[in-house]
Ligand binder design. Sequence first.
Ligand SMILES: O=c1ccn([C@@H]2O[C@H](COP(=O)(O)O)[C@@H](O)[C@H]2O)c(=O)[nH]1
Length: 241
Amino acid sequence: MTREEAIKKIIFAMDVSEFTDVQFWAETLSEHVGMFKIGKQLYTACGPAAVRMIQKFGGEVFLDLKYHDIPNTVSKAVLEAANLGVQLVDVHALGGLEMMSTTMEALDKQFGGGCTPRPKVLAITVLTSSNEETLRAIGIDHSVPEMVVRLAKLAKQAGVDGVVASPQEVGLIREACGDDFLIVTPGVRPSFAAANDQKRIMTPADAVKAGANYLVIGRPIGDAENPVEAAKLIVDEIVAG
Ligand SMILES: O=c1ccn([C@@H]2O[C@H](COP(=O)(O)O)[C@@H](O)[C@H]2O)c(=O)[nH]1
């Protein structure tokens, strides 16, 4: 894999609150990552202005708000995300088949003409900070891999473009959902970084080897003493792997 291909696979999780930080990261990392992820923290603090700031610097955006609500509410929220011109947006697969299929139908209706590309929709399976104990505590008696595959298949049935899962489950998802299904993996930890609150982790090189389309990486870059150097080291690890 070339350095350019490795860079395109990295989505930087811009987990910040200050609007001035958005410009800083968009400028600083524009040549070192392929996309920027805006999650609940940044969107709650700065709203659509954060999306526009990244776009102003030519960056692509994954709007990671993990919508989980009744079908009408989620489908309308995803249409608003699409109106912002983001490349990726996500919903919780636990919201169910009707929630996901209503959303995909609404998107297809709005973007049916095909003039503007619609964002790809991802479904969250089991959060990478969860393990079997977490699932048991909320009344789910299946193993993590079983739940991930079950939710991935449900998402595919609903017409969703792909899933968010740990790199540890990429092989099983590929087997169940095929090569055209997008797999985006947080829970990625390069050799130099701490796991933090992530429970199902893998290195960037192993995640790519397993077949992940994108790797979401936040703190190993954002909290590093030299973030550009950290991003370059991650690219090195992927290329060497
Ligand atoms: O299962 C999931 C889904 C989303 N995330 C998000 O990814 C980043 C990971 O950040 P790190 O600092 O690299 O741990 C973060 O924004 C999460 O909200 C996830 O970790 N796991």
